[in-house]
Design a protein around this ligand. Structure first.
Ligand code: INS
Ligand code: FE2
Ligand code: FE2
Length: 283
């Protein structure tokens, strides 16, 4: 198999100006190109993601008629994508998958499903390569159909033009939900988490429930990191929360300019794919 994971000229890559120790800095005032890019992505997301929008996109993407590709093929394709919502990563997304997976593998050598979860968790971003705008694919997620928590990034400056804010069905704390209804019954902002979750279920993956749950909610920082929206959660959500939190550490702190030697890693990860998500997947 031809190896397109190798970047021939590393100087083609660029990194955030000041290599920082702090992750997830969302600064409303800073004007370097990355902060501007991130802010603009969230402004678009928070303006356009409404209940109606997310329902439409979910219906469109869960037809699984956009392409037929193996997991490895999609991973390779993500070398064409730089995530515009991410202040910490300015390299193509396929490396990030290997970085995350390898960190998990070091900490949990026995849990092969966890390694694979690290590798694939962002594959839903392939929607961008099928034409979906980045603001409907990348970035943190949050529930729609109820009021937006303060912990949602840029909460104060980005929601003023969102039509759901003026809709009495949706603009209260409980909105269109009931207390403790469970996150599986919540309409999240449309993005790569929910999409990949449905792709894998449709493929009848044998990955454990924990893996599917991590994939589905890894971008829900307002919940797993800030502790908001617990009133929508049921017992299952609270039981799964430690897994999502644990995953988040590896997702975040593996972000660096050190590009792993992907070639040597391919056989191992291919064997995990063959075990849990074999064959051609419908996207
Ligand atoms: O910018 C990042 C990126 O898009 C990640 O893939 C997503 O999971 C995070 O929640 C987000 O903050
Ligand atoms: Fe992600
Ligand atoms: Fe990620």
């Amino acid at each position: 198999m031809e190896n397109t994971f190798i970047i021939s000229n590393p100087s083609e890559l660029c990194y955030p100006e000041n290599k920082k120790k702090k992750f997830r800095e969302y600064n409303a005032k800073k004007d370097d190109y990355i902060q501007k890019r991130v802010r603009e992505t969230y402004k678009q997301m928070h303006t356009n993601q409404t209940v109606e929008f997310a329902r439409n996109r979910k219906a469109y993407w869960t037809k699984f008629d956009k392409g037929r590709m193996t997991i490895m093929e999609v991973l390779e394709k993500l070398n064409e994508l730089v995530d515009e919502s991410d202040p910490d990563l300015d390299i193509p997304n396929n490396f990030h998958g290997f970085q995350t997976a390898e960190k998990i593998r070091k900490a949990y050598p026995e849990l092969d499903w966890f390694h694979l979860t690290g590798l694939i968790h962002d594959l839903g971003k392939v929607m961008v390569l099928f034409g979906e705008p980045q603001w409907a694919v990348v970035g943190d997620t949050y529930p729609l159909g109820c009021s937006f928590a303060d912990s949602v990034i840029y909460h104060n400056i980005t929601f003023n033009e969102n039509l759901d804010m003026k809709d009495i069905r949706y603009n209260t704390k409980i909105g269109m939900y009931t207390e403790q209804c469970g996150l599986e019954n919540v309409l999240m902002s449309w993005g790569h988490d929910e999409y990949l979750y449905h792709v894998l279920v449709n493929h009848k993956t044998s990955l454990p429930e924990e893996a599917l749950y991590i994939i589905r909610f890894h971008s829900f920082f307002p919940w797993h990191t800030s502790g908001d929206y617990n009133y929508l959660c049921n017992d299952k959500d609270m039981a799964m929360l430690p897994w999502v939190k644990e995953f988040s550490k590896f997702d975040l702190y593996s972000k660096s300019k050190d590009v792993p030697d992907v070639k040597s890693l391919l056989p191992y990860y291919q064997s995990l794919i063959d075990k849990y998500i074999p064959g051609i997947v419908q996207w």
